[in-house]
Design a protein around this ligand. Structure first.
Ligand code: SF4
Ligand code: SF4
Length: 215
């Protein structure tokens, strides 16, 4: 059974409380017991304690799969990019280096690239991913855009990211402030933006928004 087209993954960094419940839940999943396929990153370490969960963004044109010389990474018809297939992966690390979101990890013990596959065993039978099912603040949410619009009327969803000249569309959506006109998230601009106070969200430069002013 495919993952229903109406159901998508949503990440709201402003809601992440850094509790690690998602990481713990992912570790306990049957398909990769003991290994977390999600990680918590600091949005702006040093200036803010704000954390953000990082999962595979399930790109429409996954760079990881494009650079894989062994054809080990499969994107299913319902838009989920699977972890590398064990008999094929040669552990070359190409996907690890190529992913613009820094997602895949090499399991040196198994000589296998592993990453989030959106809990395909669960989502393909109508369940939520492990992380989204335990997140107490719903920074991770799995459901429909209609549900999201009702639950977060002040936010908008965004699934287009720019890295220089490369534009990537993803099956995973980020939530951004609703008042700004945003077409895509310019990741490189956000990285180079100087820190301004403790509000990490202000440090992300969005299309159509002016850069935040310090002070
Ligand atoms: S986020 Fe990285 S690992 Fe996930 S599909 Fe895109 S390129 Fe592949
Ligand atoms: S590490 Fe495995 S999945 Fe990644 S590019 Fe190399 S062969 Fe492909």
């Amino acid at each position: 059974m495919p993952v229903p087209e109406s159901h998508e993954f949503f990440i709201d960094p402003r809601r992440c409380i850094g509790c690690n419940a998602c990481v713990q839940a992912c570790t306990e999943c049957d398909t990769h017991k003991g290994h977390a396929m999600i990680q918590l990153d600091y949005v702006d370490r040093g200036a803010s304690p704000q954390t953000v969960p990082v999962v595979c963004m399930h790109c429409d044109s996954p760079t990881c799969a494009e650079v894989c010389p062994a054809d080990a990474i499969k994107r299913t018809g319902d838009g989920v990019v699977q972890t590398a297939r064990k008999p094929r992966c040669i552990g070359c690390n190409n996907c690890v280096l190529a992913c613009p979101f820094g997602v895949p990890k090499m399991s040196t013990g198994m000589n296998l690239m592993m990453k989030c596959d959106m809990c395909y065993d669960r989502t393909s039978i109508g369940k939520k991913p492990m992380c989204a099912s335990v997140c107490p603040s719903q920074a991770l949410f799995f459901g429909t855009r209609e549900e999201m619009a009702r639950l977060r009327p002040a936010s908008r969803v965004l699934n287009v990211f720019r890295f220089g000249n490369q534009t990537i569309t993803t099956r995973v959506n980020m939530l951004v402030p609703g008042q700004a006109f945003v077409e895509s998230l310019d990741v490189l601009s956000a990285l180079h933006e100087p820190a301004a106070g403790n509000d990490a969200a202000e440090n992300v430069l969005l299309d159509g928004m002016e850069a935040p002013h310090a002070g």
